[in-house]
Design a protein around this ligand. Structure first.
Ligand SMILES: [Zn+2]
Length: 424
C-alpha cells in the first residue's frame, strides 16, 4: 500500500500498517508475511491518507443522516462552531454520536454558543434563523457578564469560544462588537486555556481579531488583503501562528442555483438522492444568485462574474499566506444551502486547486492543519504510530489531482471500517 505523508507530500510505497484497537501501532515495510490479524485489508496499488477534517461545519438536522454523509465522504473529524440549531442538548447529542462506532459519524469537536451583541450579526441580519439567548447565542452585556459566562462555559466540553465580529453580509450594516469586549473575551478565555474562534467577513475585522489576540480566524471570503498596506498585519498573524479556516464554499453556494448541473453528479446523487437535491433550487434562490452576480459586476467591478473569477483571486491571496507559513485549514460552512455535508470538503479542496494550490498542500490543510486548529495534532491529522486510525483508502493518487480524494475505497474511523451510504 502507498501511504501518503501529508507533511511532506510524499509517498511511502510498499508499506503495511498495523492497527490495534483505535490506534496505529506500527507502519512497516511490506513483507508478504501472513499476518494473524482479525481483519486484513488489501490496499495494494491503493493510497492511504488521513481522514479529512472540516474545520467549519454546522451539520444539518436530522444529525444522524448528516453525520453519515460526512463519513461517506471520508470526513472523519468536524469542528462545529455553534449555530442556530446548536444548544447544549444538540452539542451533547453530537458528542455521543461522534463516539459511536456502529452508526457512522465523524469525531465532533465544538465551540461555545456564539458570542455577539444584541442587534448585531447574525441575529439581526439572518432573521429566518431562531436564536435563543443563553442557548444558541450569548448576547454580550458587560464585562462582569463576559467573565462569569466564560467561567461557566469552561466547565463544559467545548474546545473554544466562538465570537462574531462581522458587521453583516450586505447593507445596511450593523455594529461590530466593540474592540474592548473582544479583547476581554480573548483574555478571559485564555485564563481557562480556551482558544477563541473569531468570525470575520472583511480585512477590518481581521485587524480587530489580531489586535485582540485570537488564536483562530473563521472565513476567508470577503477578506481582501492589500499586500502593501496590510503586510504588518499579515506578519503578525504568521508570527502568532493564528489558524485560518477557508470556507470559499460560501461563494460557490451563492452561484449554485444557476448551476443545476453541479448537483447532477453521480457521487452526490447516490448519497443525497436526486429528489432532495432537485428540491434545493427554488425560484427565490435563482433570483438571489442573479442579484449576487449583479453586485459582483457593479460593486466589485468583476466584468464576467463566474466561479473562476470569484475564486481565483482569493486563492492567490491564500497561496501567499500559505507560503508565509499560515496554518490554513479547510472549512466549508456546511449547514448553509448547497454546502452539502462531506461532499463540500472535496469541493472546497477543488476550489483551492482551481486557484493554483498543489494537491499536496491542499491535502495537508485538510488533515494536518485542521488537526492543529483542533489542538489534536498528537492524535489526528497524519498517518503515524500512536495516532488514531482515522484513514481513507483511495483508488487513485491524490497527489496527482485533488479530485482523486473522491475515489474512496474505504473509510476507517477510530480503527473501524465505516459503513458508507449506498442509496443507488
Ligand atoms: Zn458558519
Amino acid at each position: 500500500m502507498n501511504i501518503i505523508d501529508v507533511k511532506t507530500g510524499t509517498i511511502n510505497s510498499k508499506r503495511d500498517i498495523i492497527v490495534n484497537g483505535n490506534t496505529i501501532t506500527s507502519i512497516i515495510e511490506h513483507n508478504n508475511r501472513n499476518y494473524k490479524a482479525e481483519t486484513i485489508i488489501d490496499g495494494s496499488k491503493k493510497y492511504l491518507i488521513p481522514g479529512l477534517i472540516d474545520t467549519h461545519a454546522h451539520p444539518f438536522l436530522p444529525l444522524q443522516s448528516s453525520l453519515a454523509q460526512f463519513t461517506h465522504f471520508g470526513v472523519t473529524s468536524i469542528l462545529v462552531p455553534g449555530g442556530s440549531s446548536f444548544n447544549s442538548d444538540t452539542f451533547s447529542d453530537l458528542r455521543k454520536r461522534s463516539m459511536d462506532n456502529i452508526n457512522a459519524s465523524p469525531r465532533v469537536k465544538h465551540t461555545s454558543p456564539i458570542f455577539t451583541m444584541r442587534g448585531a450579526h447574525p441575529v439581526k441580519t439572518y432573521t429566518n434563523n431562531k436564536w435563543i439567548d443563553g442557548e444558541t447565542i450569548i448576547y454580550i452585556k458587560d464585562s462582569l457578564q463576559i467573565k462569569s459566562v466564560i467561567k461557566e462555559l469552561s466547565k463544559t466540553e467545548i474546545i473554544g469560544i466562538k465570537v462574531i465580529i462581522e458587521d453583516g453580509p450586505a447593507p445596511p450594516y450593523v455594529d461590530r462588537i466593540p474592540q474592548h469586549y473582544l479583547n476581554l473575551i480573548v483574555e478571559e478565555s485564555r485564563a481557562y486555556g480556551l482558544p477563541v474562534f473569531a468570525h470575520v467577513s472583511d480585512i477590518e475585522e481581521v485587524y480587530m481579531a489580531e489586535k485582540a489576540d485570537v488564536q483562530n480566524i473563521m472565513h476567508f471570503v470577503g477578506v481582501d488583503i492589500d499586500w502593501k498596506d496590510d503586510i504588518d498585519l499579515i506578519n503578525k498573524i504568521i508570527k502568532k501562528d493564528i489558524s485560518w479556516a477557508t470556507t470559499l464554499m460560501i461563494d460557490k453556494s451563492f452561484l449554485y442555483p444557476l448551476h443545476p448541473e453541479w448537483l447532477n453528479v453521480t457521487d452526490i446523487v447516490k448519497v443525497y438522492g436526486k429528489d432532495s437535491l432537485n428540491s434545493l433550487i427554488t425560484p427565490e434562490q435563482i433570483k438571489f444568485s442573479k442579484e449576487f452576480l449583479n453586485i459582483l459586476k457593479i460593486d466589485y467591478n468583476i466584468e464576467n462574474p463566474n466561479l473562476e473569477n470569484l475564486i481565483i483571486p482569493q486563492v492567490e491571496d491564500l497561496m501567499i499566506l500559505y507560503e508565509k507559513g499560515c496554518n490554513i485549514t479547510i472549512g466549508t460552512d456546511n449547514g448553509n444551502d448547497f454546502i452539502l455535508s462531506g461532499y463540500s470538503v472535496h469541493e472546497e479542496m477543488q476550489l483551492m486547486e482551481l486557484g493554483g494550490f498543489k494537491p499536496k498542500d491542499i491535502l495537508k490543510m485538510a488533515t494536518h492543519n485542521g488537526a492543529k486548529m483542533l489542538n489534536e495534532i498528537d492524535k489526528l491529522g497524519t498517518i503515524e504510530e500512536g495516532k488514531f486510525a482515522d484513514l481513507i483508502l483511495l483508488n487513485k493518487n491524490p497527489l496527482e489531482s485533488i479530485k482523486h480524494t473522491l475515489t474512496i475505497d474505504k473509510v476507517i474511523k477510530n480503527g473501524v471500517v465505516q459503513k458508507r451510504i449506498d442509496n443507488k
